[in-house]
Design a protein around this ligand. Structure first.
Ligand SMILES: NC(=O)CC[C@H](N)C(=O)O
Length: 337
């Protein structure tokens, strides 16, 4: 009987990349002062013996970094390893441990480019394992629980933080000092309680199996940069980014992606020079940019990022530009993904 239940367990691979979930501080009182990316994946897995009841878990250290330092090459490396594992008959689910600063970017990237319906869960923590009330252990336990469940298949890349199951597309780090850090403007998809998932809604946007993008066909990612907007903003950063070779500039706009009258002529000129201009919003709880509402996008041949925040808009723009440089096609992709 024991052997029978053992063989029925799902095979889950944990790909470790660093972050606070692998962090260590000097004392248990250090919840905010510590070094990220210190503890290896074997030690993290060994610290949660309960994992062996959920799945056959093995770990792989893909990199060991704080996620603010992740590069496009790191993204591609991780994406390719996820894809190889997803293609393997011996793997039922994949968990990625990640720093929380850019976790939402990596989760969205994988959501766009991984051609699999196997569960892919990205997880981090807000406190290092050495701190009181560390959250990494339960977050990782929940990630493995979701990764090993059949119900998680085909739902796109997911994020398990603070007992919630979030869509990797929607979720964003909203506050950096609470364990309740990750939110989606449209709400979580479900909850994990004591290793069991409870689902309430499904992602409506194209992802994974239904995506036209495939990591196997992406050799490199183009340079897409973000320019932040605010009162008294000048066009200096936009021009400098274009000068440095950006193929697209994400306008991290105020409100509904509004553009200062001081900047509009420069963005028109940059577009004429071939740079794609993508209007997004840096409104904290979730921007919502509509085409031709704030600026005449049709006339200027600009693209709107709709509800994608600037950092997620950068991810989609990079992936989309590997396929097309047609602004109408880019806009279609921004509506569909
Ligand atoms: N909570 C965290 O994971 C932040 C640690 C670090 N800055 C990172 O993103 O990797």
């Amino acid at each position: 009987k024991e052997v029978e239940t053992q063989t029925k367990l799902a095979n889950v691979v944990v790909l470790a990349t660093g972050g606070t979930i692998a962090g260590a501080g000097a004392s248990a009182a250090n919840s905010a002062t510590y070094q990220a990316a210190k503890v290896g994946i074997e030690q993290l897995i060994a610290g949660i013996p309960e994992l062996s009841k959920l799945a056959n878990v093995r770990g792989e250290q893909v990199m060991q970094i704080a996620s603010e330092s992740i590069t496009n090459d790191n993204l591609l490396q991780l994406g390719r390893r996820v894809s190889e594992l997803a293609d393997s008959k011996d793997v039922d689910g994949i968990v990625i441990t990640h720093g929380t600063d850019t976790l939402e970017e990596t989760a969205y990237f994988l959501n766009l480019v991984e051609k699999t319906d196997k569960p892919i869960i990205v997880v981090g923590s807000m406190r290092p394992g050495t701190a009181m009330s560390a959250d990494g252990m339960l977050n990782l336990y929940n990630a493995v629980a979701v990764a090993s469940s059949k119900e998680a298949r085909g739902k796109g890349v997911l994020v398990t933080m603070n007992d919630e199951i979030q869509s990797g597309r929607d979720v964003s780090k909203m506050i950096n000092i609470k364990t309740e850090a990750f939110k989606s403007a449209w709400g979580p998809l479900g909850m994990v309680v004591e290793g069991k998932s409870y689902w309430f809604r499904l992602p409506a946007k194209r992802h994974t199996m239904d995506s036209e993008f495939d990591i196997k066909n992406i050799k490199s990612l183009p340079d897409v940069e973000i320019a932040y907007s605010y009162g008294n903003v000048s066009d200096t950063s936009y021009k400098a980014l274009a000068q440095a070779g950006a193929k697209a500039i994400i306008h991290a706009g105020t409100g509904n992606g509004s553009v200062s009258s001081r900047v509009v002529p420069s963005l028109q000129a940059l577009r004429k020079d071939g740079v794609q201009i993508i209007r997004s919003s840096h409104v904290n709880a979730g921007g919502f940019v509509l085409r031709n509402a704030e600026q005449p996008d049709d006339k200027y041949d600009w693209v709107v990022a709709h509800d994608l925040n600037p950092q997620k808009a950068r991810i989609l723009a990079m992936v989309a530009l590997t396929k097309t440089n047609d602004s109408k096609e880019l806009q279609r992709m921004f509506w569909e993904y």
